[in-house]
Design a binder for this molecule. Structure first.
Ligand code: KIV
Ligand code: ZN
Length: 514
């Protein structure tokens, strides 16, 4: 990591709760906003733009409570360059440990003429007045000339010098419509840094939209040219095509430290969790191929890549998934996967197969992979359990008796036989006879197996129909399905449970009490 003594800090300003929430359909309720804000604090962003308080009473209340309750980052509220907006934004953020007011006003001819319908000088004065007005409340004032990348540069110089003089401490350059390209934007940032009087006393920030897919590249180029605050959102959500993605910026700065001699104070291991939380709460799914946090960001599909990764991760991976608190490299087993990848997956699942057994399974795997696009670990597990009987089941049912009735407590006596023919018997009570039998089995094995689902089907007709029971069971972090059939549904239930139990024990290398 870049040495903090020799490198400059890049401040990460997160606007997920403001610009991110402007994503169509991404509305968050009060509790959700608080949950995201708390997670952003855990992630270690420097500034949270918590909302646009004047937009609604609910928005104001959420920003107010974020300011009161979320400790660590600066809490910022957005305001147009209008007194009423600034008053409301201040009421919302004033109780924060470190409050900030963010004032914005259109600066391009297009915005000034068509949206604001005022002349540039009047708007310059409005911006200055707004900053002066905000400075009665706080000295932490950010000013954004909206649509700066389409503004006349001489006007920007004049405007920025004036708002800095009026008290702005951060100058943010928004590429509001995602129009600029890296070289052009970097050069603009450099000229602003060099030519605007007072710019050396304030933090220069950028805010890039992604209409041309360049938001991250533009932000990084800006950093190289003097910007020290980047405004960005989790998963790159935001108005239209979104904003620069926080996780991509942070990880790019970290992975390419040789190119970017800067550091951030982000807790990288919280990135994955934050991404999932924002995706869940906004109902905006993360594209599978999204850099850093997409489901496929650490998945390898080509047989050649899988082989390379298994020999040395560096062959095809530049980011360690652990850095962002994500899962290590996954192999997507497909028809292109070789024996090496299939064996590696089997080993991860605690199967150790002989070369002959691997050949058998690999043959079945290729057949299955031809029919199915992707073969999941559960499919592989089923292949092994169906095609290799490398051991006898650990437990068989030797004896079962249950008691139930409207006035008696349901109880079961179960005797199980092990592979060496030794038997163990236990008695247990339960909510019903099946529950009692499962409790007796758990007593014998000493394992507490979770029963996640239970399903009973009649597989033949009539009063003597065969009942098939399917159970989903879990033990530690593994879950499995067990099946049993009998004309007696209690016996079918016990058989299904034992079938699942034996599979779990095989997969876990017989780790139960013995
Ligand atoms: O894109 C934009 O210009 C904005 C400003 C409010 C900073 O979001
Ligand atoms: Zn924006």
């Amino acid at each position: 990591m870049n040495d903090k003594k020799n490198a400059e800090k890049i401040y990460l300003f997160d606007s997920t709760l403001r610009d991110g929430e402007q994503t169509p359909g991404a509305r968050l309720n009060y509790e959700e906003k608080l949950e995201v804000a708390r997670q952003l604090a855990r992630l270690g962003v420097d500034i949270i733009e918590a909302g646009f308080p004047v937009s609604s009473p609910g928005e104001k209340r959420a920003v107010q409570d974020i300011a009161r309750l979320v400790k660590g980052p600066v809490i910022c509220g957005l305001a147009r360059a209008i007194k009423g907006d600034i008053d409301t934004a201040w009421e919302a953020v004033r109780e924060a440990e470190q409050p900030r007011l963010h004032v914005f006003l259109g600066a391009s001819d297009i915005h000034m003429k068509h949206k604001l319908n005022k002349d540039p000088q009047t708007l310059l004065e409005q911006g200055v007045e707004a900053v002066k007005y905000a400075s009665q409340y706080t000295s932490d004032i950010e000013y954004s000339p909206e649509d700066a990348t389409r503004a006349r540069e001489e006007y920007l110089y004049e405007l920025l010098e004036a708002v800095i003089k009026a008290g702005a401490t951060t100058i943010n350059i928004p590429d509001t419509v995602g129009y600029t390209v890296p070289e052009e934007f970097g050069a603009l940032i450099r000229r602003l840094k060099e030519n605007v009087t007072g710019m050396d006393k304030v933090v220069l920030s950028v805010h890039c939209h992604n209409d041309l897919g360049l938001a991250v590249a533009n932000s990084l180029e800006a950093v190289k040219n003097g910007a020290r605050q980047i405004e960005c959102n989790i998963n790159g959500i935001g108005e239209r095509a979104g904003n620069a993605a926080l996780e991509e910026i942070a990880v790019a700065l970290r992975i390419r430290q040789n190119h970017f001699p800067y550091y951030t104070d982000l807790n990288f291991s919280e990135i994955y969790r934050t991404s999932r939380l924002v995706s869940k709460l906004t109902s905006i799914s993360v594209p599978v191929n999204k850099a850093v946090v997409g489901l496929n960001a650490f998945a390898h599909s080509s047989g050649i890549h899988q082989d390379g990764i298994l020999k040395n991760k560096e062959t095809y991976e530049i980011i360690d998934a652990e850095l962002i608190g994500g899962k290590a490299a996954q192999m997507c087993l497909t028809a292109r996967s070789g024996r090496h990848a299939v064996m590696d997956q089997l080993n991860k699942m605690h199967f150790s197969l002989t070369p002959e057994q691997l050949e058998i399974i690999y043959g079945h795997f290729v057949e299955l992979a031809d029919k199915k696009k992707e073969v999941y670990p559960e499919d592989l597990e089923a292949l092994v359990l169906d095609h290799l009987s490398f051991t006898e089941p650990r437990y068989r049912l030797d004896y079962l008796q249950t008691i139930s009735g409207s006035t008696s407590i349901p109880a079961a006596i179960v005797r199980l036989k092990r592979e060496d023919d030794s038997t163990t018997e236990e008695v247990a009570v339960g909510a019903g006879p099946i529950d009692a039998a499962y409790n007796a089995i758990n007593k014998i094995t000493g394992l507490s197996i979770g029963l996640d689902k239970y399903r009973l089907n009649a597989v033949t007709h009539g009063r003597d129909a065969l009942g098939e029971v399917q159970v989903e069971m879990s033990y530690q972090d593994r879950s499995i399905t067990g099946r049993g059939t009998s004309t007696d549904i209690i016996e079918a239930s016990v058989k299904a449970y034992l079938n699942g139990l034996n599979k779990l024990l095989r997969l876990n290398g017989y780790g139960e009490n013995s």
